[in-house]
Ligand binder design. Structure first.
Ligand code: GLA
Length: 678
């Protein structure tokens, strides 16, 4: 059975979830019957219900109306459609904010948000917390034993629109958190380096959340504020979890993540989930969208490596919230759905079932469009629903990555700090720089926290791990010492957990791994392109940043490439070194594609390996393998609007086409094939 981490089978073995957010409260009763009929036609087997229904479940304070929602669940249950029952806490009703106006969050300038959209609450507000708890308790008590229930869903996209609040409640909670963390105001002063700009505190009561300041706020304060906020949201989530699990412990529980959401440390959050789920809205107008979407899914798969994951939301075609909302092209929704499945998802769902008639998202695509079944989207979603009706032989097969990208939220928060020598050094750019060339090579990557066991991987990519604790660095060092390979980029090992610089040549506790001494750094002017020359005379280039590195001494590394133009000509820019039984490649600049490939070529786990079956792909085709004890399933996905071919070196069986596959496998525009090997 799937999702066996918890008691009740959410779905029979080999079956995938397919469905979406269902908001029946937006529609008259008679539409519900049609909804259920159409859901069956579309192959929908799971819908998320109740997500923004607080005002309908508790129309005035303390008066509850659950009859309508029970009726919805009855209809769904009778039709064999499972329910992912959500708590409605992401959108407090107007009575709540009218009666308790200080629930509304405050921005850094002290302006209070108003009611009128959603996510308008301060997570630390006591009134919000007790009213949220009460509605969650009612949801659990009223519907927790309903036979249609398959999954609990807490809240919606925690910290999505208002990640940071600066109100007095938040300030009080922040101070208590600091007192617990540091114990004394002296320790706080020490941690925050408050000797700078006369920021020395004499009492915790003087500490503020980082409200608007004349110029840059204290970076250690900002970092702690981010840590605190992620934990404050988590605390509320855990309260919801406790209530829901007390009512039905056998039902798996999730909350929908948002991929690379900066505000929440999803590694910490994912430990609390039975199913990790995510909302993914790649921009069809961005040529890198398929690659970035792959990176999103690899992150999600990696957050908790012991539980299944699903796509909780994607769009059938357009969103409404970009400046200019380009639709998915025909077939793209299916191709991107298979991308998630190829990367290990146990289901794909959408926002939302039926396109709204009113409201802020009425022009967001849905499974049922304004034009109903006449819409081409309907044909696509019903086709995909039929295809995924399962059981799928590959649904329980695993994605296995031999290499991982080391990533942490604390580092993300710190590395983008305003005290950085390059404010335009963005973590996601660094990730994309190292990840995308490997995506194009069909090398599947996991993400790994620097604190987790790293031994399962043959190679690690370490993009700008600016903040690294002593323990994390020891973990990475011991990984290499025991035979692992690390590719470490510039601006790594710079500060400790408090954002205090490790003195000496840069690298701090990672220095033993770095093949040379980094004496200073030089962010390059935007137009600067420096020449990089390799040992064999090959020339590539680099941009953005340059470490000013000394010539390696004694047992330090071997220089593989140097900068040969500009004021720092002669500086080592790529070094190779040995540490214990392992190896390290250090990269001191943003190498261009060819330069980076030269480093990757030196690392066996970063080259297409035996499990790629020797298939030759053309541009725009993605390949990922899911492996089961008996078979390997090679997913090939054409992300272009043109026909593509895959040349198969190893014959297999085309699972979707139900025929043997060898030689040339044609893929039409946005086409997908799943080739079974073994
Ligand atoms: C998010 C939310 C949904 C909806 C969609 C629109 O994922 O969770 O409620 O607003 O975005 O794309």
């Amino acid at each position: 059975m799937q999702f066996s981490a918890v008691g009740a089978p959410a779905m029979p073995a080999g079956h995938l979830f397919y469905g979406g957010d269902y908001n029946p409260e937006q529609w008259p009763r008679e539409v519900w019957d049609e909804d259920v009929r159409l859901m069956r036609e579309a192959g929908v087997n799971l819908v998320t219900v109740g997500i923004f229904a607080w005002a309908h479940l508790e129309p005035t304070e303390g008066r509850f109306e659950f009859g309508w929602l029970r009726e919805v669940l009855d209809l769904l249950g009778e039709a064999g459609i499972g329910v992912d029952l959500a708590t409605p806490t992401a959108a407090p009703p107007p009575w709540l904010t009218t009666r308790y106006p200080d629930v509304l969050p405050v921005d850094e300038r002290g302006s209070r948000y108003s009611h009128g959209s959603r996510q308008h609450f301060c997570i630390c507000n006591p009134a919000y917390r007790s009213l949220a708890r009460r509605i969650v308790e009612r949801v659990a008590a009223e519907l927790g034993s309903h036979q249609a229930l398959r999954m609990w869903h807490a809240h919606n996209e925690y910290a999505c629109h208002v990640p940071y609040c600066y109100c007095d409640h938040h300030a009080r909670a922040f101070r208590s958190w600091l007192e617990r963390r540091y114990g004394s105001v002296q320790a706080l002063n020490d941690a925050w380096g408050s000797a700078f700009w006369s920021q020395r505190y004499s009492d915790f009561a003087e500490v503020m959340p980082p409200r608007m300041t004349p110029t840059f706020a204290n970076p250690s304060q900002l970092l702690d504020y981010k840590r605190f906020t992620s934990e404050a949201f988590l605390e509320e989530f855990l309260e919801e979890k406790q209530v829901l699990k007390a009512a039905r412990p056998d039902i798996p529980l999730t909350t929908n993540f948002m991929g690379f959401l900066k505000a929440l440390d999803y590694f910490a959050w994912a430990r609390e989930l039975d199913v990790v789920s995510t909302d993914n809205y790649p921009d069809p107008a961005d040529p890198r969208s398929a690659a970035l979407s792959a990176m999103h899914y690899d992150l999600i798969r990696s957050l908790n490596k012991n539980v299944p994951w699903i796509v909780m939301e994607q769009t059938t075609s357009r969103v409404n919230w970009r400046e200019h909302n380009v639709p998915k092209s025909p077939g793209q929704m299916r191709a991107l759905s298979y991308q998630a499945l190829a990367r290990g998802a146990s289901g794909v769902l959408f926002f939302q079932w039926r396109a709204s008639r009113s409201g802020a998202e009425k022009f967001h695509s849905a499974l049922v469009s304004h034009s109903g079944q006449a819409s081409p989207v309907w044909a696509e979603v019903t086709q995909l629903g039929r295809e995924l009706a399962g059981p799928e032989p590959w649904a329980t097969a695993k994605v296995r990555a031999d290499a991982a990208v080391v990533f942490s939220w604390a580092n993300w928060w710190a590395v983008e700090s305003s005290s950085s020598p390059a404010h335009d050094l963005k973590m996601q750019d660094q990730l994309a720089w190292m990840y995308l060339p490997l995506y194009r090579r069909s090398v599947t990557l996991d993400f790994a926290s620097p604190a987790e066991p790293l031994q399962p991987y043959q190679a690690l990519l370490v993009p700008s791990l600016y903040l690294v604790t002593e323990d994390e660095a020891a973990n990475i060092r011991s990984y290499v010492e025991q035979g692992g390979t690390a590719v470490i980029s510039f601006w790594s090992g710079i500060v400790d957990s408090r954002d205090r610089v490790y003195l000496g040549p840069y690298g701090g506790p990672l220095r033993p791994l770095i093949g040379c001494d980094i004496l200073d750094v030089a962010p390059l002017a935007p137009a600067d392109v420096v020449e990089v020359e390799w040992e064999d005379g090959t020339k590539t280039s680099a941009t953005f940043w340059l470490d000013i590195a000394a010539e390696p001494q004694g047992q330090q590394g071997k220089v593989l490439a140097r900068v040969t133009s500009g004021p720092w000509a002669g500086t080592p820019v790529v070094t190779a070194s040995q540490y214990g039984k392992g190896s390290v490649y250090y990269i001191g600049s943003r190498l261009d594609h060819d330069g980076l490939q030269r480093v990757y070529d030196l690392v066996p786990a970063l080259r297409p390996g035996p499990t790629d079956f020797g298939s030759r792909l053309t541009d725009g085709v993605e390949r990922v393998v899911r492996r089961s004890p008996d078979h390997d399933y090679e997913f090939v996905i054409n992300h272009t609007d043109n026909d593509r071919k895959v040349l198969l070196a190893t014959p297999g069986y085309d699972v979707l086409g139900e025929r043997p596959a060898d030689g040339t496998l044609p893929l039409g525009r946005r086409g997908v094939a799943v080739v079974r090997h073994g």
